[in-house]
Design a protein around this ligand. Sequence first.
Ligand code: AMP
Ligand code: MG
Length: 352
Amino acid sequence: MTLLLKVDALNPDREVIRRAADVILKGGLVAFPTETVYGLGASTYNDEAIRRIYVVKNRPMDNPSIIHISSLNQLHEVAEDVPEELEEKLKIVWPGPLTIILRKSSRISAVASCGLNTVAVRMPAHPVALTLISESTPISAPSANISGKPSPTRAEHVIRDLWGKIDLIIDGGESFFGVESTIIDYTRKPPVLYRPGPFTVEELRRIFGEVKVPEQALGLGQFKEALAPGMKYRHYAPDKPLILTECGELDGLVKLTLDLATDEVKKGKKVVVLCSSETCGSYAKVGFRIIEVGSRLNLYTVAKNLFHSLRLIDSMDVDLAIAEGYPEVGVGLAVMNRLRKASGYKMVKCTA
Ligand code: AMP
Ligand code: MG
């Protein structure tokens, strides 16, 4: 049995949040909005509840979740050896869409850390998430989707994937950013970027100085050895095939995408193009079906609609989707990382 409760994202009703907190404290599973995507949360201190998250998501048991906290006191509860200089920086960046990997404290069980000696910790900047944690306990939460599918950015996505399998869904409308948090490993020197997100590399370097950006973090290719556990799994993918087109120059990108779409139509395929406000007209005017993802002038709009657009593909009468690529600057890095993984690395590049 799943209960659905609606709240105002910016000014959530405390009574509703207390009900949800009660579910967490009693060992239940609650899906809740964060500023990045919807999370599926359980008490970090309840092994049984955490195990259930893996069962309902069908998530590999060696892929740890992020521990969500609402205060710096809780940081010291879940992590050890937190450098003083880091704490000063965290006061600037938290709450926010940045996850830090640190050594785990003895309070964190092998189940909650997937047997690692580190934990990933974040203080979310969403009133619903923050209040839920402060009314309960640190919350371990991966994204609230079936493993491998696009992450949920709306309650309807959670309902589609997990209805009947979890105790409660808090509907707080759309997530603000639409892509998962940036992850850096602070147990390494210099810190290493594991997953690009809304907190950009440019911002990271301004606050933390040197930060290493390995090729894996860009979502380029499959790797023999994953830097972080979650990196080795296929992610964010619609059921239908997706091809990603990449070209440094916009006219070239449109031509490449149009040529590819035309070829596929000749093979008898029904195609939809995932395009931007600036380019969608070029495909629509020659009869292609389109999903407008966002504007190239503000890549945060692309990030926000990305996972919903990927989910739309499966609800349409098409055989194949072709998605335009975006510049790898700012949040564009996170968008491209997700699109590359969503395509299963089926990428076509222009020759120019
Ligand atoms: P999700 O946001 O649902 O994709 O899941 C959380 C992400 O955090 C996954 O990509 C994990 O691999 C990553 N993560 C969690 N804990 C750790 C850790 N101790 N070390 C490295 N990565 C981690
Ligand atoms: Mg996930």
